[in-house]
Design a protein around this ligand. Structure first.
Ligand SMILES: [Zn+2]
Length: 109
């Protein structure tokens, strides 16, 4: 009984800490997808890998697929998809414009 109570308090502390963090800090791509940097390096794209630690997640994908985890890293603009390049690595497709990551597709659910 005493042990169960202690565990509940720990869980509450954990969530309190999480919500404080999300209020004060932005989420970077490196935080959301810790494996993406290695995948880009293995794909020979260190120029993209080095953006991940400072690249902020700007908003979720606007599609209607349930459980979609894709997200924007720049303000959404339609013309991206004409001028952009797509770099598939692992479970992700990294959409770039002029060498900058603008969107990350997360294919796994
Ligand atoms: Zn989507």
């Amino acid at each position: 009984m005493a042990q169960d109570l202690r565990r509940s308090v720990l869980v509450l502390d954990y969530f309190a800490e999480r919500s404080n963090l999300e209020d004060t800090l932005v989420t970077t791509v490196a935080q959301r997808l810790p494996d993406l940097e290695r995948l880009l390096l293995e794909a020979g794209r260190p120029d993209l890998a080095e953006q991940l630690t400072t690249l902020e997640i700007r908003g979720p994908c606007e599609c209607s697929v349930e459980g979609c985890e894709s997200f924007y890293t720049q303000a959404p603009m339609k013309r991206w998809f004409r001028r952009g390049r797509q770099v598939p690595v692992g479970d992700y497709v990294v959409d770039t414009i002029d060498g900058e990551i603008v969107f990350v597709e997360v294919l796994r659910h």
